[in-house]
Design a protein. Structure first.
Length: 402
């Protein structure tokens, strides 16, 4: 039996203020950039292409372009300090102010590759920062009104840039890393923060886009009803990836650790806070799915455009704004997840992988996929039922009018 030690005060190191700020801002900016381009490309653009009101299309497309440009600015401002922080942490005794110096960063990038490695691993981080910076500049071009006519193409390119940059750190620097375990581990640690960040970023974009409601025509409610429904599918995909990868990460951090140890360790407390915030967002999302979306479908099928406008641009955005604020709280907690609960109680950093754990993760993933398909089918059934009720009520209304 392993000897349990109270190593909370000695093993857990609170991150320095510069680390908290750079990491939080970096996660927020990458999430906002990724969420905005994914939202525009897969949610807003298809809806606007079918919209009948030219005024509403112009207003929402222009507002989305501005939000994309803001996201690009945030990404550009956060990328350099984040990479400087990486250089600072990699060099013993270096201060953050020293790590910010371009000459120091240049020297870091020229570090010789270690033995049996193709290249210095810091090069991939530098290239990732470069890709993000170029993508950010592309999004910032949307501040120029003439460029907004190309917003769909720029957002589409942004999707590719963000996904390539997110996966770039998975490139192995040694032949010894060309194995399934390496890619599986890095895929999990990459997918979890980005899936959550993109989800939270899209929520922030939704909140910002809803501010344009005073400029919309009464037909804008029809557009927003479709936007909410398509976004719910995007959110479901992000949440599925988030939960599966999050459980795998949680196993690596707290596997074989008792509930009491989790509650007594600093890492465990921050992890529980993060989980609480995430499930609060999921609870609000469930409220949207179970109450607001069916109500939207009924009002839309009944043809009550005034009530629909008030619902999709009055009540719904308030719930989404609360979700977005909670999401920012999740990103603020992430810099405090240093080390692992296992290390704080004197156990090995990573639990040994077992076939049972792998099988459990596969079954969980299958269950989440099934739930995703079921949710989609249930939503279709709700819309069809609402449409049927509206059609059935029309003759009765007409007869009463006679």
């Amino acid at each position: 039996m392993a000897i349990m030690v109270d190593a909370t005060e000695t093993l857990y190191a609170y991150p320095q203020l510069w680390r908290i700020l750079t990491k939080s801002c970096y996660f927020l900016s990458t999430g906002l950039a990724g969420g905005s381009v994914l939202f525009h490309t897969f949610v807003l653009r298809p809806v606007l292409n079918r919209a009948e009101s030219e005024t509403d299309r112009r207003v929402l497309r222009n507002r989305s372009a501005v939000l994309l440009a803001i996201a690009g600015t945030a990404l550009l401002l956060a990328t350099y300090p984040q990479f400087a922080g990486k250089v600072t942490r990699a060099t013993k005794g270096m201060t953050f102010s020293e790590g910010l110096q371009p000459s120091v960063i240049w020297d870091y990038l020229q570090t010789a590759a270690p033995k049996n490695a193709w290249f210095f691993s810091g090069v991939t981080a530098g290239l990732q920062a470069l890709i993000y910076s170029l993508g950010a500049l592309l999004l910032m071009s949307l501040f120029l009104r003439p460029m907004r006519r190309y917003v769909d193409k720029i957002a589409g390119i942004g999707v590719v840039v963000v996904l390539v940059a997110a996966l770039f750190l998975m490139v192995p620097s040694r032949s010894a890393d060309l194995e399934a375990a390496y890619f599986a581990s890095h895929l999990v640690t990459t997918l979890h923060p980005y899936a959550g960040g993109f989800w939270i970023g899209a929520l922030l974009v939704l909140s910002g886009l809803a501010l344009s409601r005073k400029q919309l025509t009464p037909d804008g409610g029809l557009i927003w009803a479709s936007v909410w429904q398509r976004f719910s599918l995007m959110a479901q995909v992000c949440v599925t990836v988030l939960l599966v990868s999050g459980l795998l990460e949680a196993w690596m951090a707290v596997g074989s650790v008792s509930i009491g140890d989790i509650l007594s360790t600093t890492y465990g407390k921050y992890l529980l806070l993060k989980v609480l915030l995430v499930f609060s967002i999921l609870g609000l999302g469930a409220f949207n799915e179970a109450v607001l979306l069916p109500k939207i479908a009924r009002v839309r099928a009944a043809g009550d455009r005034r009530s629909l406008f008030q619902l999709v641009l009055g009540h719904f955005p308030k719930v989404v704004l609360i979700e977005a604020v909670l999401g920012v709280g999740v990103l603020a907690v992430m810099p405090f997840l240093n080390g692992s609960a296992r290390e704080e109680v004197g156990l090995a950093a990573d639990p040994p992988p077992t076939g049972g754990v792998a099988l459990a993760m596969v079954l969980l993933f299958v269950a989440l996929v099934v739930s995703f398909v079921a949710r989609f089918q249930i939503q279709k059934a709700i819309e069809a039922r609402a449409a049927g009720q509206a059609v059935a009520e029309e003759p009765a209304t007409a007869e009463a009018g006679r």
